[in-house]
Structures are given as C-alpha cells and as structure tokens.
Ligand binder design. Sequence first.
Ligand SMILES: *Cc1c(COP(=O)(O)O)cnc(C)c1O
Length: 341
Amino acid sequence: MIIDLRSDTVTKPTPGMLDAMMRAEVGDDVFGEDPTVKQLEEKCAKLLGMDGAVFCPSGTMTNQIGIKVLTQPFEEVICYKGSHIYKYEGGGLAGNSNVSVRLLPGDRGRLSVEEVASNVNNINDAHQPLTSVVALENTVVREAGSFYHLNQIAPVAQLARSKNLKMHLDGARFFNALTETKDPASDYGKYFDTISICLSKGLGAPVGSVLVYKKEYESKARRMRKAFGGGMRQAGFLAAAGIYALDNHINRLKEDHGRAKTLGQVLQNLQWVKSVMPVDTNIVIFEVAAHLTPEKVLAKFNEQNIKAIAFSQTEIRLVTHLDYNDEQLNRTTESFKKISF
Ligand SMILES: *Cc1c(COP(=O)(O)O)cnc(C)c1O
C-alpha cells in the first residue's frame, strides 16, 4: 500500500461524503439555480461572519478573484514573500490583477503590524505604487503550517483600515489554524474584506474552494468567476461534498496535527535529517543532511512506498490528512528509521 504524504489534497471522498454527493439536489448554477451551491455559499458566509460567498473550482481561483475585486491595475499588494498568492499561483497576481507585490519576510510568514506599517507606500509620492491590499495566509504553507491567532491579525486589520487598505485572507487551511487557536470563525469577518477557504485540503472534499466577502464585492466576484472560467453548472454534487466536509471533517483535524507532530519528532532524530521546522498544524518541512539532496531521500522513500515532495533544493514536505491513519503513521516511522545512506 502506498502512503501518500505529498499534500492534503490527495484524499478520496469517504462513503458518507459520496452518499451526500449522490443525494444532492442540483440545478444550473450559472443560472443561479443550484440549491446545494447556494446552501454551501450561505453556510460559509454565515460561518465566517461575512455577507456573501461564491463557490469556485480551486483555491487559486478564489485567491485570484479576491485580489482582483480589491485592487486596480498599478496598485500594490503587501504579502509574505513565500505566500501562495505570489509564489504558487503561476504569476496570477501580475496577469489577472496587474498589481505589484511588496514581499515581506514575516515571522514564519506571519506579518506584524510594524512590518506592514513600514511598507505602506506614501500616497503623495507618484513614484510609488499605491498600496491597496494586505494579504495574509493562515495557515502559512511555506512555513510548515504556522498560524496566526486572531489577536495578531486584529492590529494589522486596524492599521489597514486607518490607511484605507483592504484585507484579504488566504485561508486554504483556515480550519487547521482554528483547531489550534480556538478563535471563533465568525469573528474573522470583522477583519477581512475577502477570505478564501479550501474544501479540498484538510477537509477532504474532492474539489472546491469558497470566496467569502463583504456585500459590496458580490457582483464583481461573480463576474470575475465567470471571466476566469469558473462558472460551473450542476455543481451541487461538489457543493454537497463541501457541506459534508464542513459538518463532519473539521473536528478531526486535530488528529492530522497529532500525526504530523509525531512525524516531526521522529525525523528530528534521524541522521539523514539536518533540521525540522516547528510542526504547528498538519505540515512537516525538513531539511535533508548536507551531503544529501531531497531527490536522494525521496528515492529511498519511494522504495518504502512513501510519497512526499521536494519543497526546495534542500527541503522535503510531508502533509498529513484524512486518508492517513495511525497504522500508516506507524509504517511511516518504522520505514524512516530503516532508511540509511
Ligand atoms: C493549496 C493552496 C491554495 C489553493 O490551491 P488550489 O490547488 O488552487 O486549490 C491556496 N493557498 C494555499 C496556502 C494553499 O496551500
């Protein structure tokens, strides 16, 4: 049996989820006639304390629509230098929104109010692009799933308001963050203009992300989804999986975090591992020993039927998920201990 730790997107729908999908009431959502899509959108908006939501095929699309509705060409977005919107969306910010980015290091990807404040451009200097959005990521995928507490976000949002900047959240793993912080999801709506959440990561749906927003973005977000090619027809079958995921798969995320921590601890003591980033949620990133490369280590993993990915020239990433249980965890750790170079 293959153990797949490449991403938390590799999960297959559970029998309960498939059953919910099969029973979904559907219609043509481009005509606004899919009741299950509407139900999912209303559920997400309410859950996050926002006014509206739009169901999309991917988290890349929800992020791209979020930035698009909050910016005008020539403006600038402040974000972490390793953020998904910048590094992993195919140059979409430049292509779709024609904006520049101000890339900040952050504390493991978390931007502080001081760091943001000192990077807002002078509105009266025509040389400088107009800063218009602060985009945060929670959890931060490039930093092994580090997370913000809401009380770290509040001052950034307050500064943004005072400078007339908009706030976007890439919440691909939003519920992984809340699993640790216990912050109420519905408080997030107070601090952001747009929030993207993924149903196809830790929550285990086969497809889908939702962009939630303040009501002034409703028509533009829907227009942009159409323009980006994301209008879907009988999408209720997929929305039903998302509803099921929200109802049944949030509480179990702590299991994924526990297993990731165990992997991190085991890796820390192995001679082929140089260092392991702190494991805060469901992502483990480690650096291979100096005489090795990720490719060499991944080849050994392959021999043990374990899949992971190279995350840089020196790092490997493992992500725990719904289809990764304790038995597989034991097999993984036993296999890791057997590997030598
Ligand atoms: C996976 C991910 C996304 C969206 O990815 P899609 O594959 O397009 O759904 C966005 N942000 C972060 C941080 C992610 O990890």
